[in-house]
Design a protein around this ligand. Structure first.
Ligand SMILES: [Zn+2]
Length: 197
């Protein structure tokens, strides 16, 4: 009886520790994310890539979707993306990750380029047809992305941009995730003006 118990226990340990070699199973990192059953599949996939659900990253996803659809590109290998904007560091630069997910134009494939500028504009070219879309965020979207506007000047301490904060308190996470979900669900026309050439 005792022997049986011992064998069973050894088997459990063997499985838990991943077999003889003791090597960890290959896997992806776990993002900082509070999933909602209503989240679209593409949003969860983007979060897996970026690491958290933030407004700037989500705006980048939607901008890439808008541009790719406007020029009829499949994505990945038939697109050339140039983005202008103040994407020096997070949260603004999170936009670039969103763009990569939704266009398939990536740092690795060298078909995504960033140019430092004051205003955000995405230019997406369908390399098969030559059609190019220019995607500019609306004021309504920029108001969601820049919550620390004029009104905060009288505050004693300037609140750090939501997405840049390293804090991971739940209140904070839920607040910025709520803004991101709002951007994810908004009609495209409210988010961008798109011009095709
Ligand atoms: Zn981010």
């Amino acid at each position: 009886m005792k022997l049986h118990l011992c064998i069973a226990w050894c088997l459990v340990l063997f499985v838990v520790h991943g077999g003889l070699a003791g090597e960890p199973t290959p896997g992806l990192p776990v993002p900082h994310y509070h999933p909602d059953p209503a989240d679209p599949d593409w949003l969860a996939k983007a979060v897996q890539f970026h690491g958290h659900l933030g407004p700037w990253a989500t705006a980048g996803i939607r901008a890439g979707m808008a541009g790719r659809e406007a020029v009829g590109a499949f994505g990945y290998f038939d697109v050339d993306v140039t983005v202008e904007g103040p994407m020096v560091k997070p949260p603004h630069s999170c936009f670039l990750d969103g763009l990569q997910v939704s266009t398939g134009a990536t740092l690795g494939k060298r078909n995504l380029k960033w140019i430092k500028a004051k205003d955000v504009v995405v230019r997406l070219k369908n390399t098969r047809t030559g059609r190019t879309a220019e995607v500019r965020p609306t004021n309504e979207l920029m108001d969601l992305l820049n919550p620390i506007a004029e009104g905060s000047k009288d505050k004693k301490e300037k609140e750090p941009p939501a997405e840049a904060s390293q804090k991971h308190d739940h209140h904070h996470d839920h607040r910025i995730e709520a803004v991101a979900r709002k951007i994810a669900a908004m009609p495209e026309k409210k988010l961008f003006s798109v011009t095709v050439r």
